[in-house]
Design a protein around this ligand. Structure first.
Ligand code: NAD
Length: 329
């Protein structure tokens, strides 16, 4: 039977993969996959990787030299994989396209509620017996307008949640769906009219910096920007300037364009030299979580099941329903 070199392994990954795996040898490595450590995969025909592993052409070349035949992404996105290099080396790339859209959409709404109603500030205050309400005023979501960019699996669940709160919903997607209960508009109109803008599209050449200086200039001064998709959807320096100059209301970020090497790790003992994240963290109208939107028990179980099923299908020579190709990038 085959063996899987599992990079960037965290205790919650191991717990679920060990619970579900019956058939394969899994070699867990704590480090992120990079060209420098790709040789650790020697003796394995598969690697299992996550969102911040570096699967660029150099890494893929090293993996190929190590004898790897398949890359099992245990996530939906694959923007960190050089599909071209994988194709050249005959390495197949499989993903987990959907594991729980509810996990991500619910986290996005959780961030909005926490940011708008200033729940983290209130929590810190009351732990110190400070029961003052000064500075904690939020706004009703009911009757406000949510702008949703990307109405795929997660975007749709998020739209349902917003409608449950009595919000109007605007949407933008190059492939609109007639059954989505939202008004499709162009990007500019969405930026102009929305009170909350939530990103649920993949990171592609088209969507990189979809929130840039120009987009922010169209937004309401009170608008909240929410990103639970990929960091590079936002030009973070432009966002920071807008926050500094009070040109937008706030930001809730589960992802950050320079998160690699920072997120998922405890850096509390270190000097973090990334000044952009340091400034963002210090703003009262910014809420950051460390790419945790996916982190529910249901999602972890589904990720482990589907990743291992992808590998079984590969080994059995079956049709690979979750394979991604260069044209998808
Ligand atoms: P999906 O493929 O079901 O939906 C994506 C939607 O985005 C599609 O409808 C697509 O047409 C649309 N889209 C593509 N280009 C667009 C553009 N230029 N403008 C607007 N819309 C565009 O994907 P999903 O399962 O809903 O996931 C969405 C994203 O969420 C993923 O790509 C991933 O980056 C992110 N994600 C984050 C986490 C997390 O933990 N934070 C977890 C899972 C997924």
């Amino acid at each position: 039977m085959g063996a899987i070199a599992f990079f960037d392994a965290k205790p919650y990954d191991r717990e679920w993969f060990d619970r579900i795996n019956k058939d394969f040898e899994i070699r867990y490595f704590e480090g992120r996959l990079r060209p420098e450590n790709a040789r650790l995969a020697e003796g394995c025909d598969a690697v299992c990787a996550f969102v911040n592993d570096e699967l660029n052409s150099k890494t893929v070349e090293k993996l190929s030299e190590a004898g790897v035949k398949v890359i099992l992404m245990r996530c939906a996105g694959y923007n960190n994989v050089s599909l071209r290099a994988a194709k050249e080396k005959g390495i197949r790339v499989l993903t987990v396209p959907a594991y729980s859209p509810y996990a991500v959409a619910e986290h996005a709404m959780g961030l909005i509620l926490a940011l708008n109603r200033k729940i983290p500030r209130a929590y810190i205050r009351t732990r110190d017996f400070n029961f003052s309400l000064v500075g904690l005023t939020g706004f009703d979501l009911h009757g406000k307008t949510a702008g949703v960019i990307g109405t795929g699996r997660i975007g749709r669940v998020f739209i349902d949640i917003c409608r449950g709160f009595g919000m109007e919903v605007l949407a933008h997607d190059p492939k609109p769906s007639p059954d989505v209960p939202a008004e499709y508009v162009d990007r500019e109109e969405l930026f102009r009219r929305s009170d909350i803008i939530s990103l649920h599209c993949p990171l592609t050449r088209d969507t990189r910096y979809i929130i840039d200086e120009g987009a922010i200039a169209l937004m309401k001064k009170s608008a909240l920007v929410v990103n639970t998709s990929r960091g590079q959807l936002i030009d973070t320096e432009a966002l920071l300037s807008a926050l500094n100059e009070k040109r937008i209301g706030g930001a809730a970020l589960d992802v950050y364009e320079e998160e690699s090497g920072l997120f998922f790790e405890d850096n509390s003992d270190k000097i973090v030299t990334d000044e952009v994240i340091s400034l963002l963290v210090s703003r009262p109208n910014v809420l950051i979580t460390s790419h945790q939107a996916f982190l529910t028990e249901e999602a972890l179980r589904n990720i482990a099941e589907i990743t291992l099923e992808n590998y079984s299908d590969f080994i059995a020579g079956k049709e690979l329903k979750n394979e991604v190709f260069v044209k998808d990038a």
